[in-house]
Write a protein that binds this ligand. Structure first.
Ligand code: MN
Ligand code: MN
Length: 468
């Protein structure tokens, strides 16, 4: 291998690229706070770059050919983007697969209640969170609600500077003697993740129904919260039952460090790899093989559901593409998947010197070390992992080295420390060659996560080289 690629080896031109890439990345993080918002932003960018809706092509029976750019919007929660290659589909794809869901708090179907003249929303956490981390920080609400006359209402509160924010309270330290003796996992419990919404009771003359008013003097704060929501959005309390509203950390992605070398933001697992995959498929030169960038949902809860990687969304899309390529046969799709190469583009842990005991330093990715290739993930002795083949690793290394990509190996942590998984195993079942390959992150799954701008840029370079 040639000279080690690092911050110090980058020319001024490349450093400028790193900066501008990360400015765009921060903008993406700020806009794509939920999987639905990520899909909206990805499709906006895809369309602006000449990608056409695959559903339209299917409807019109438009034949696909080399260079065609297509996207599939899967229920506004996951997206596939294709650039058709020189070779036929059955020769396999080059796939970069990321996920766009992140740990968060979802509103329950009956969320709104009042306790001691404070209004709250009940939540159910989504994905792996340290619950105590979600208290005392500014929170925003995003989601979609349908009214009884079937009207769709998009909700977004807490991101604009003019917006109010929300929060989950924690106990004052002065009265925390008992709480502080508890295990970290039990200091804040799931049913305590209640979002503070308001504290002013509804005024008597604000009530339309005077009879009701006389009977019910309780829950006036809750009534006032609902009045304001109703005035702003035209929705009723009953509409929460059919809504999807997510509570996420409020605010923008920021530069971190006096040298501005890092990014501090919510949702970098895995929108860091999603954005790199998006930029890579937009910027790639025409490849021999069809390129596919995937932006999947539900990874944080096991990839099930019709928007996750365990669904048939990819297979269905490939059957449609095979039909549009001509001479349709189910065998084409089987061969296509078997002959595909996949980078399962998900984040891995960056070594944190504050918590040395859970890492094995020689085999953990470091912040600023380039994109991390993880041969295997899993827990308790590689349990549940995809373990990439040496032959595929050989080829991936060759691609990265020839393209001047800084890369390192990564293992989630010490053998017995814990573990995790990705979408890798769901694609390897077809016979495709798959390896986990993504950006290293500090405080993964915390309300704000940390990445290196060098690594985010190298992830983009790696995926672009892989597509080409
Ligand atoms: Mn992930
Ligand atoms: Mn995760």
């Amino acid at each position: 291998m040639a000279e080690k690629i690092s911050w110090l080896s980058l020319s001024n031109d490349v450093l400028e690229d790193v900066t501008s890439y990360n400015e765009e990345y921060k903008d993406f993080l700020t806009k794509a706070k939920t999987e639905r918002l990520a899909v909206k932003e990805i499709i906006r960018i895809a369309e602006a770059n000449g990608f056409k809706d695959l559903e339209e092509a299917i409807k019109n029976g438009t034949k696909v050919k080399k260079g065609d750019k297509l996207y599939l919007n899967n229920k506004e929660k996951s997206v596939l983007m294709f650039v058709m290659g020189e070779k036929k589909l059955e020769e396999g794809l080059r796939i970069v697969g990321a996920h766009i869901d992140s740990p968060r708090l979802d509103l329950k179907p009956n969320p709104l209640y009042e306790a001691s003249e404070l209004g709250f929303l009940k939540t159910h956490y989504y994905g792996g969170v340290k619950k105590y981390q979600w208290t005392t920080i500014p929170l925003a609400l995003h989601g979609v609600v349908y009214t009884k006359d079937l009207k769709r209402v998009d909700i977004s509160i807490g991101e604009d500077d003019e917006d109010p924010v929300f929060t989950i309270t924690d106990l004052l330290i002065h009265l925390s003697r008992e709480q502080m003796q508890k295990k970290l996992a039990e200091g804040i419990l799931g049913e305590q993740l209640n979002v503070l919404m308001g504290s002013i009771p509804l005024a008597d003359d604000d009530d339309d129904d005077d009879d009701d008013d006389k009977k019910d003097k309780s829950n006036r704060v809750k009534a006032n919260v609902m009045r304001i929501i109703n005035e702003k959005y035209g929705i009723e309390e009953d509409d929460f039952k059919v809504a999807e509203i997510e509570v996420v950390p409020a605010g923008k992605a920021r530069d971190l460090g006096i040298d501005r070398s890092m990014i501090f933001s919510y949702g970098q697992d895995d929108r860091v790899c999603a954005f790199a995959g998006l930029k890579a498929i937009l910027d790639m030169k025409q490849g021999e093989h069809t390129a596919l960038a995937m932006f999947m949902d539900k990874e944080e809860v096991g990839s099930q559901g019709n928007t996750g990687m365990a669904s048939y969304v990819l297979e269905n899309a490939l059957h449609e593409l095979a039909a549009l390529e001509g001479e349709y046969s189910a065998l084409t799709v089987r061969r296509c998947l078997k002959n595909s190469w996949v980078l399962s583009s998900d984040v891995t842990a960056a070594y944190d010197p504050n918590f040395d005991s859970v890492y094995e330093k020689n085999n953990t990715a470091v912040l600023g070390g380039g994109i991390a290739v993880a041969k295997y993930t899993g827990s308790g002795g590689k349990g549940g992992c995809n373990d990439a083949n040496a032959e595929f690793l050989r080829d991936v290394r060759d691609i990265f080295d020839k393209a001047g990509v800084a890369w390192q190996t990564g293992e989630l942590g010490r053998v017995d420390a814990g573990g995790g998984g990705t979408i890798a195993y769901l694609l390897s079942k077809y016979g495709a060659e798959v390896v986990d390959c993504g950006t290293a992150v500090l405080n993964m799954h915390a309300p704000n996560e940390v990445t290196s701008k060098f690594d985010t840029y190298m992830s983009y370079k790696a995926y672009k080289a892989f597509f080409e």
